[in-house]
Write a protein that binds this ligand. Structure first.
Ligand code: NAP
Length: 296
């Protein structure tokens, strides 16, 4: 479900997609963006860097984040951009991130849990390390980072802090041939709904964004070595560009929304998945799966 060919990010910033009012919410904050070496994470950095005071970029590929930091600093030297190389599927990687944040004396105001990965293909043939990675990054990493952020966050009624979790349209429906990924994103959506209620008294907002297919490196990374692909018929209709996805998420958070589906068609698809009786959804998914497998 989550795929589209990658788009190249512009070297110069595009016209602002967020209203001044929305940007006010992020003004002067300290934001941590996970998965900031590629795709949506890079786009979050591009849309936020002019407004926050500090941006911490977290992912494994240091050079990509360093290049992004240099590019953004050249445009707007006023922001402190700190790349942190860390593998968020491990305890050591998460500790490295917090050591960096704490060591610099930073009090974060925004955590964007964006790092994530998928795996296209039959569950029975899936590699164990790949299954583990999805669960470790999409679930364990996101959960523990959120807990550790809530402990550190600087939040008041006048200046709330926030957690922005990147879920997926795939969280609304089981997806054969992308089963583990869709299940991890169901977890993200469920956790976010609960934490939005729990954290309200701490003045920490929680929003989860559920993009449909978005042109990033996600699809390429989710393909298996045999290079077989999954059936994506009809998905082109749902494609939304990364800049729109990120603007919808950041705008929604500023408006204190809890859930955002970027794009009209994605919203409609989510509504259909949620309203259709489970039996009918199962029937449709089975038909689609059998067709893709050339089964009768
Ligand atoms: N693209 C879509 O169609 C789509 C749709 C719905 C939801 N999403 C979600 O959007 C989020 C961002 O994905 P994307 O589309 O931007 O894909 P992407 O271009 O592949 O980016 C994924 C990011 O996650 C990071 N990451 C992966 N494993 C990591 C690890 N072990 N430790 C630290 N960082 C790790 C990667 O950085 P390194 O490789 O440098 O570590 C990279 O920066 C994901 O949560 C994805 O599930 C994507």
């Amino acid at each position: 479900m989550d795929t589209a060919p990658p788009s190249t990010s512009p070297a110069t910033p595009a016209p602002p997609l967020l209203s001044d009012e929305a940007l006010q919410f992020y003004q002067g904050g300290t934001a941590i963006i996970t998965g900031a070496s590629s795709g949506l994470g890079v786009e979050f950095a591009r849309q936020l860097y002019r407004h926050v005071s500090v941006l911490v970029l977290a992912a494994r590929r240091f050079e990509a984040m360093q290049a992004l930091a240099e590019e953004l600093n050249a445009i707007h030297p006023g922001v402190r951009i700190i790349p942190c190389a860390c593998d968020l599927s491990t305890d050591a990687g998460r500790v490295a991130l917090w050591e960096k944040v704490d060591g610099l004396g930073l009090q974060p105001t925004l955590l964007i849990n964006n790092a994530g990965l998928g795996d296209y293909g039959a569950f029975a043939d899936a590699d164990e390390p790949r299954i583990r990675q999805q669960i470790e990054v999409n679930i364990t990493g996101l959960t523990l980072l959120t807990r550790d952020f809530a402990y550190r966050a600087k939040a008041t009624a006048d200046k709330p802090a926030a957690v922005l979790n990147v879920s997926s349209l795939a969280s609304t429906v089981p997806v054969p041939d992308l089963a583990v990924y869709a299940a991890t994103k169901s977890y993200v959506s469920s956790l976010s709904e609960a934490l939005a209620i729990e954290f309200a008294s701490k003045h920490i907002r929680v929003l989860y964004v559920c993009p449909g297919p978005t042109p990033t490196n996600f699809g390429q990374n989710a393909r298996r070595l045999d290079d077989r692909d999954i059936d994506r018929s009809g998905q082109n209709l749902l494609v939304v560009t990364p800049d729109r996805v990120v603007a919808a998420a950041l705008g929604g958070l500023a408006e204190n929304k809890i859930r955002v589906f970027p794009g009209k068609r994605v919203r409609l698809a989510a509504l259909v998945f949620e309203l259709l009786p489970k039996l009918l959804v199962r029937f449709i998914l089975t038909r689609r799966y059998r067709r893709a497998q050339h089964q009768p």
